[in-house]
Design a protein around this ligand. Sequence first.
Ligand SMILES: C[S@@+](CC[C@H](N)C(=O)[O-])C[C@H]1O[C@@H](n2cnc3c(N)ncnc32)[C@H](O)[C@@H]1O
Length: 258
Amino acid sequence: MVQVQEPSVRQDPPAPPQAVSTWSGPAREQAVQRMFTSIASVYDLNNTLLSFGLHYRWKQIAASFVTPVEQGTALDVGAGTADLALLVEPRMGATGRVVASDLNYAMLAEGLKKVDGRGLTGKITCLQASAEHLGFADNTFDAVTTGFCMRNVGNLPQAVREIRRVMKPGGRFICLEFSRPVFGWLRALYDWYSFKLLPWVGTKVARDKTGVYEYLPASIRTFPDQERLCQILREAGYSQVSYKNLTGGIVAIHVATK
Ligand SMILES: C[S@@+](CC[C@H](N)C(=O)[O-])C[C@H]1O[C@@H](n2cnc3c(N)ncnc32)[C@H](O)[C@@H]1O
């Protein structure tokens, strides 16, 4: 685990794009690392364009599920450019702390710029860490959040167990992630958007060569739907597991208690 000290971007060695279906274990992690390193500087802009600005509202709603606490400590896993960590910070009280952790240095470096820009480096710490091996002591955090990270991890059950381990008893895990649209017509429209329009925009407009715009819809389709994710969370030992669909189930917020 490395504390991100300065907003400089490390260059990972280039490698050819791989087929999503072959990604697992270290190969998947390396591919995910390459993609996020290559898009880190344009991640926020792309996110806003491709979600029609909705991603920030989704994150605000996710943050609202974090119980406000005085002198609290929260962890945002897969924090990326730190939007969610910044939204959670005011809920941890005047002397509270938030750790924004992510596997990818370049994404965190972008996050650190935002944290720094708002004068919050004393309250939000950016740390490079894998969701599957967080490296914190048991029962450390009052709450753990994650936004659009869980579908990227190599071993989802391991990650949610690890998150539960570092959370205090009674703490809440809030998981914001793409999910399964509830209406057939919305699923059809969304399939067209994500499998046809998105890769086209990615290759023609953004001139992407990493395969990220093919990976994105594929990773969404293979991620557990709302009910299956509830089951995985219960199997990991969480209680009071529930979810709220947003934008017709295109994304869902799962809330689970330790
Ligand atoms: C789609 S971005 C989401 C960033 C941010 N949470 C947001 O909502 O905008 C996914 C992030 O998860 C990170 N990530 C992927 N796999 C990870 C893992 N195994 N452990 C920690 N972070 C991971 C990526 O580096 C990336 O920054």
